[in-house]
Design a protein around this ligand. Structure first.
Ligand code: ATP
Length: 234
């Protein structure tokens, strides 16, 4: 099966400092791939390359087998790539409804967008008139996901969804992410701490200093390697 998203041998740098040294990854439709690794490993940069907001020095970016290397963020968004950045990117002073309303740029009506959002996250309907910034972190992350879903993504890129959230909230969010994937979306999730996402991931890649050190099923061996990595003993 052709992967929906594929990065081939991607090198990326900030100025003269290379931070990705040939990263290869692929995500199929319906699959959740976890990209894990310590601080500064290059996880966010990998997502930025996939979303076109950071240009790779070399390597290829393919979407559904089509070469999109060098495409700008707008063209990649049009092709179905949606990045939900760390920190969620919701507008705290706007109501939930207005945060969703802004997504009408996608060509969908307010009603369609609210239907998608509220069907997936019913709590957002209850909070519709509340300022996004006054909601809990978990609810804000739901709103960020709902805004992403309004774009009808083929590829969803999630950066540190768990940031600042309680484990139970994270587990519930990841259940939703798994359901989104089951509908045929290719999901690439970046996390520093792995446990929650490994519960739903079909495949995991461990990035260390800009290199994929290991990838495979999120089995006990991979979990053991990750704990060793975070304890600094590998
Ligand atoms: P974190 O969890 O800390 O975000 P990460 O694995 O996502 O880590 P990146 O954010 O991709 O890592 O950063 C990889 C390296 O690139 C780090 O050394 C970081 O300091 C550096 N870096 C990231 N963004 C920039 C930038 N805009 N300019 C210069 N260096 C950067």
């Amino acid at each position: 099966m052709t992967p929906l998203l594929e990065l081939r041998d991607v090198r990326a740098a900030y100025g003269k400092i290379t931070v990705l040294h040939g990263v290869s990854l692929s995500v199929a439709a319906g699959q959740v791939v976890a990209l894990l690794g310590p601080n500064g490993a290059g996880k966010t940069t990998t997502l930025k390359v996939a979303a076109g907001t950071h240009r790779a020095e070399s390597g290829r970016l393919l979407l559904g087998g089509r070469d999109m290397t060098g495409a700008n963020p707008r063209d990649l968004a049009r092709a179905g790539v949606c990045l939900i950045p760390e920190g969620r990117g919701v507008f705290p002073n706007l109501s939930v409804r207005d945060n969703l309303l802004m997504m009408t740029f996608t060509g969908r009506s307010r009603e369609q967008i609210e239907e998608i959002a509220f069907a997936r996250f019913p709590i957002l309907a209850k909070r519709a008139n509340q300022a996004a910034g006054s909601m809990s972190g978990g609810e804000q992350q739901m709103l960020a996901l709902a805004r992403g879903l309004a774009t009808d993504p083929a590829v969803l890129l999630l950066d540190e969804l768990s940031m600042g959230l309680a484990p139970l909230v994270v587990a519930r969010l990841y259940e939703q992410v798994a359901e989104i994937a089951q509908q045929g979306v290719a999901v690439l999730v970046v996390e520093q701490f792995a446990a929650a996402v490994l519960g739903i991931a079909d495949h995991a890649a461990v990035l260390v200093r800009g290199r994929v050190e290991r990838q495979g099923a999120p089995d006990s061996e991979l979990r053991a390697e990750l704990s060793a990595l975070y304890l600094g003993s590998s």
